[in-house]
Design a protein around this ligand. Structure first.
Ligand SMILES: [Mg+2]
Length: 92
């Protein structure tokens, strides 16, 4: 099974709503771990684990038909970031 097939299977077995709830849970865990990192009370390995958890859930949602919308919003936000930074951004 490929990585993309694994994401699709997780969404199929657990369902959209359960995975949306899991995304919220994992995003909260990432938020907490980011604060612990700033307070020097956690290990980089734990932060990396929480980032990975969120990336895995995001990858599942990209496959639910949201990929075009996510990419469009991401493009807008990257352009806005470039503008704030005063740099030129060219999409690949
Ligand atoms: Mg987690």
């Amino acid at each position: 099974m490929t990585e993309n097939e694994l994401y699709a299977e997780a969404m199929r077995q657990y369902g959209y709503e359960a995975q949306l709830c899991k995304l919220a849970e994992e995003a909260s865990e990432l938020s907490a771990e980011a604060c612990r990192t700033l307070n020097h009370s956690t290990l980089e390995r734990r932060l990396a684990g929480e980032i990975a958890d969120v990336e895995i859930l995001i990858a599942q949602f990209r496959q639910t038909g949201m990929v075009t919308l996510i990419d469009a919003r991401k493009s807008e936000k990257l352009q806005r970031l470039a503008n704030r930074l005063g740099v030129t951004y060219a999409e690949k």
